[in-house]
Ligand binder design. Structure first.
Ligand SMILES: [Zn+2]
Length: 308
């Protein structure tokens, strides 16, 4: 199963207990998965459709427990879904209006009913915000596997994006909107925000997976950086040693080294033989070994004479 699938499976095991949270969850699921079928005479029916049968079961139970509504359940195999089964829950006419009013999704206006809004508690209480965001994810969310880039997104619409972004913001999570041909997406991209979002929704197992991967990856990156740094130093040392050796060879061909002070001749000859050696190593090769700074001093002196 995909990482998104794992997260959804984990989230479906969390049952909202409080009345306020059940309503917040129903609100999000109604926005994500339901459409309103308008009949004549102001009659409305709320119809939920989802390919996820576990989610259909959850919507069914929420309607029953929170609203005492028994929706009619049907299954449909859709050609456009490649033969996958679609669960369809239809709320009876008599209950649909009551449901929409409870969800604050219906407002009467002169031009007829206007559908918008969310239960007030969903905006103000943390428990309800968590329930709303969790249900939005269940209804139309996805998250990339932690090995890839961090990205968590919700299928949204022009009417819903603002609400979702405000709710994320109140939980300290930065959400952004992307416009697609077929609607809008609200997405969370920073690693910390994706982690906060998973925590808020209650996907703790997924969170652990993600943190582990992140820790491993960071450790790997640090090791790579350290190795690259060593390699760069090594290269620098090699090229410095090589250019010294070349300069000494050129000087000895033109002038011979025998006119130089004995300690400079010695280190010069060693350098020609060992262009790859560090100064510390060269110092140790001397007849009377000296440390790195001594070797450095001698080499500098030699180079000054050679370059004059
Ligand atoms: Zn609540």
């Amino acid at each position: 199963m995909s990482f998104s699938g794992d997260v959804k499976e984990e989230l479906l095991r969390i049952q909202p207990e409080k009345n306020c949270c059940m309503l917040a969850e129903l609100s999000a699921l109604t926005q994500c998965c339901a459409s309103l079928r308008l009949a004549g005479g102001g009659k409305i029916r709320v119809v939920y459709e989802t390919e996820n049968s576990a989610l259909a079961k959850r919507i069914f139970l929420l309607l029953k427990r929170r609203m005492e509504i028994t929706p009619q359940l049907e299954f449909n195999r859709h050609k456009r879904l490649g033969g996958r089964r679609l669960s369809i829950l239809t709320v009876p006419e008599a209950d649909s209006r009551r449901l929409l009013i409870a969800l604050r999704m219906i407002q009467e206006s002169e031009a007829g009913p206007v559908f918008k809004g969310v239960p007030r508690a969903a905006m103000t209480r943390r428990c309800c915000r968590a329930a709303f965001i969790r249900a939005s994810f269940l209804g139309g969310g996805s998250v990339t596997a932690p090995e890839q880039e961090y990205r968590l997104e919700f299928i949204s619409s022009a009417a819903r994006s603002d609400t979702l972004i405000k709710m994320l913001e109140k939980s300290g999570i930065e959400g952004r909107v992307a416009h697609r041909r077929d609607g809008e997406i609200v997405y969370v991209r920073r690693g910390d925000d994706v982690v906060s979002c998973l925590a808020l929704m209650g996907a703790h197992r997924a969170l652990l997976d993600m943190e582990n991967t992140r820790i491993n990856r960071d450790a790997r990156n640090r090791a790579n950086r350290a190795r690259n740094c060593d390699e760069a130093n090594l290269k620098k040392q090699l090229s410095a040693g090589e250019s010294q050796a070349q300069a000494i060879v050129a000087y000895s061909l033109a002038h011979s080294l025998s006119g130089l002070p004995a300690e400079l001749q010695e280190i010069g000859r060693l350098r020609m033989l060992h262009p790859e050696a560090s100064l510390e190593e060269l110092g140790q090769m001397l007849q009377n070994p000296i440390g790195k700074s001594g070797a450095n001093h001698r080499m500098r002196k030699l180079m000054e004479i050679i370059r004059e």
